[in-house]
Design a protein around this ligand. Structure first.
Ligand SMILES: Nc1ncnc2c1ncn2[C@@H]1O[C@H](COP(=O)(O)OP(=O)(O)O)[C@@H](O)[C@H]1O
Ligand SMILES: [Mg+2]
Length: 275
């Protein structure tokens, strides 16, 4: 449903320009759960903004549900279909009360009142925050605010939701709640998820992982494939799960280990056999 074909993008700030994305190609099928990893400045947010037509590639193409982001008339329809949740929960609140905030999207789409109420109610139930609907948004926790933001996106009936480090400012409980909501939308509603994250535990459960480094994709594959390619992960400035790192270090010492793994139980079996 999303095709990125050799996309390039530079920020043109006087006097210099900063190359942020340098020839990325990838393809995201409907209903997939994708994780994107990369150190700070590797181009993740720039890629995310290109996927929902907030910025347009200098060259190359982004095709969302058959629509090229370059065509002006496609940009609004694309933004309805690809929802974005940002890092800071306080930067995406638009309404005072939860109900108003969630209604903002469908109101802007110009739906009639009854349809708006229906969509907002559905979204609040799906995300499990119906009880919070009369609350002032500023009185909520960070995790609750992020769920309000997701409900707002959901009320627009998206095909894809992008989370741009959306859990990074939340406490562990807020993180877990947000991820469980996102997982449910993926599994039960078939909504594609693109989770940009620093947290390896979030990437572990993705269908596919992409690693960005200096504006290009340097690694892609299943979590197992990507995290056991320790050399390339380290080159990209990223860490790997502890169990994998331990096997990697032992292997470097010429200890006889055939395959690395991200599975803690398998790792402890391998080490058990060595002992
Ligand atoms: N608004 C901007 N103006 C100028 N340079 C930017 C802007 N946003 C990002 N950059 C630069 O583009 C590069 C990629 O940034 P970004 O896509 O935000 O990476 P990430 O999200 O992986 O941290 C970095 O060098 C960053 O400094
Ligand atoms: Mg970013």
């Amino acid at each position: 449903m999303i095709e990125v074909k050799n996309a390039h993008y530079s920020y043109k700030t006087q006097p210099e320009t900063t190359k942020a994305v340098s020839g990325i190609s990838l393809s995201i099928a409907k209903g997939r759960y994708i994780a994107i990893l990369g150190r700070n400045g590797s181009g993740k947010s720039t890629l995310a903004r290109m996927l929902n037509a907030l910025i347009i590639p200098d060259s190359g193409d982004i095709i969302v549900l058959g629509m090229n982001t370059k065509e002006k008339e496609n940009q609004l329809p694309i933004r309805k279909k690809v929802g974005m949740i940002f890092q800071d929960p306080d930067n995406q609140i638009v309404g005072t009360r939860v109900l108003e905030d969630v209604a903002f999207g469908p109101e802007n789409l110009g739906y009639e009142r009854q349809k708006i109420i229906q969509r907002v109610d559905d979204a609040l139930h799906q995300i499990g925050i119906y009880d919070l609907r009369e609350r002032a948004v500023h009185t909520l926790s960070g995790g609750q605010k992020q769920r309000v933001a997701i409900a707002g996106v959901l009320a627009m009936r998206p095909a894809c939701i992008i989370l741009d480090e959306s859990t990074s400012m939340l406490d562990p409980k807020g993180q877990a709640e947000l991820l469980s909501v996102v997982d449910k939308l993926n599994k039960e509603e078939g909504i594609s998820i693109i989770n940009i994250t620093h947290n390896m535990d979030e990437a572990r459960f993705a269908d596919e992982v992409y690693v960005l480094h200096q504006g290009t994709v340097t690694l892609k594959g299943s979590p197992e494939e990507v995290f056991t390619d320790v050399d390339n992960m380290l080159k990209a400035g990223l860490d790997v799960p502890q169990a994998t790192k331990l096997l990697y270090e032992l292997k470097k010492e010429k200890i006889n280990i055939e395959d690395l793994t991200i599975d803690r139980n398998r790792a402890s079996d391998i080490i058990g056999r060595l002992l």
